[in-house]
Ligand binder design. Structure first.
Ligand code: OOG
Ligand code: MG
Length: 257
């Protein structure tokens, strides 16, 4: 299909997210390219903005080998974050609002200055106001959490929630910080910030490059989620999830029915 109907496909992923009801992969019925996936994503975000949500940044995906291997996709992807996705540190989420949520340990950047490509890693880091330990709650709207590259892009890269811990000044060297994702006190994923493109600053450079290419360069005050350092863990009712990042501290949330 050369010219898929972007609007109805955007409505389908957006409605699936609102109702927390899984839908079949778009690619099962409609051939879409990754570029068309990004058009669907942009249109789905406009629907959120029309409902009053505000853009607050960008999330990077498949920036680590562990994530690529878990999902079987080895291209970097990016999605758009809105304020409707914020889960406060320590808050509870309700399982009823999700299809099949997973959590992954991440690092978040807060920008002090706008960032348009091309930038070096040093220039990108100079635009950073603060960094924080973070957890991304991903929730594919597709059945069985299975998708093609174009499908996941259309579904805003499974973006569902972001939990960001206390912001820290950028004094720490971010290249090799230990990261532990615990559920109910048990370590479930252990990794390092080095898993994120060798250095999370490279994820920020990529975010600047990809969002500039899309005509939406990164803005001051925006958050950039660098991508999961490890595979994601499926969530269940009763879980308390915590990510501890060496030198940056801890962030967590719990899951109710
Ligand atoms: C896609 C989102 C990937 C990451 O951090 O790599 C992502 C998915 O795994 O469903 O958020
Ligand atoms: Mg992620």
């Amino acid at each position: 299909m050369t010219d898929p109907a972007i609007a109805p496909l955007a409505e389908a992923v957006d409605t699936a997210a609102m109702k927390a009801e899984a839908i079949p992969q778009i690619s099962e019925t409609t051939e879409i390219t990754p570029d068309q996936g990004y058009d669907i994503q942009a249109a789905s975000i406009l629907r959120r903005v029309d409902r009053g949500e505000k853009r607050i940044g960008v999330k990077m995906g498949f920036t680590s080998r562990a994530k690529m291997v878990q999902m079987g996709i080895d291209d970097m992807i990016w999605g758009r974050l809105t304020d409707g996705m914020i889960v406060e540190d320590g808050e509870s989420i309700s399982m009823a609002d999700y299809v099949h949520p997973r959590a992954e340990p991440e690092i978040a950047f807060l920008l002090r200055k706008p960032l348009a490509a091309p930038v070096t890693a040093a220039e990108a880091m100079a635009a950073v106001e603060a960094v924080a330990p973070a957890i991304e709650i991903i929730d594919s709207r597709y059945r069985d959490f299975k998708f093609s590259l174009a499908d996941v892009v259309a579904d805003n890269c499974s973006s569902s929630g972001i939990v960001v811990g206390a912001w820290q000044s950028v004094d720490a060297d971010l290249t090799n910080l230990g990261m532990i994702l615990e559920i109910n006190g048990r370590p479930r994923q252990i990794g390092s910030s080095a898993a994120i493109l060798g250095n999370p600053a490279r994820s920020l450079v990529a975010a600047a490059r990809l969002s500039t290419a899309a005509g939406e360069p990164l803005e001051a005050g925006w958050i950039v989620m660098a991508g999961g350092a490890t595979a994601a863990e499926a969530l269940s009712v009763g879980d308390y999830v915590r990510n501890t990042v060496q030198r940056l501290g801890t962030v967590g949330f719990s899951v109710t029915g």
